[in-house]
Design a protein around this ligand. Sequence first.
Ligand code: NI
Length: 173
Amino acid sequence: MATYPIRVFGDPVLKRPTREVVDIDGTFVRLVDSMFTTMYDAPGVGLAAPQVGVQQRFFVYDIGDDPKVLINPKIVEQTGEWSYEEGCLSIPGVTIEIVRPKLVTVEALDLDGNEVTVEGDELLGRVFLHEIDHLDGVLMFDRVEGDARKAAMREWRARELAGPTSRDRDHAL
Ligand code: NI
């Protein structure tokens, strides 16, 4: 199965919003398969279509037990607060502590075109919020302000100069 190069910060495709998926056909299913391969290869636990240069509204994820694709996802409920040190496959080597809702409910289509409602708590909820941000052209840097944002940008520039290491994408989203 083919893998895609993962687009990194600075690539304009990461800042563009996506279009809804219209046809879940054979071509689309192969695209999804290749995204799973790309995500496992990275290795990451979530991957949104813009991260491989595809302007469509879907993402794949697997936090260890249940690989899934969510198509045209919508957040329908989010409650609580949870702080987590996020990493992003498109910003390798940088982690940022971000506070977001803890429990997240998403409505989407599955690969058979059926409507599904999925609930994610803590890490899974974080995957949903991070990947849906990607679908809206929003990156981790946009979720922090002031000194935290400056520190994250500094970390990114230092990492760019130093070059990537093999662990940079471990468990990233
Ligand atoms: Ni990401």
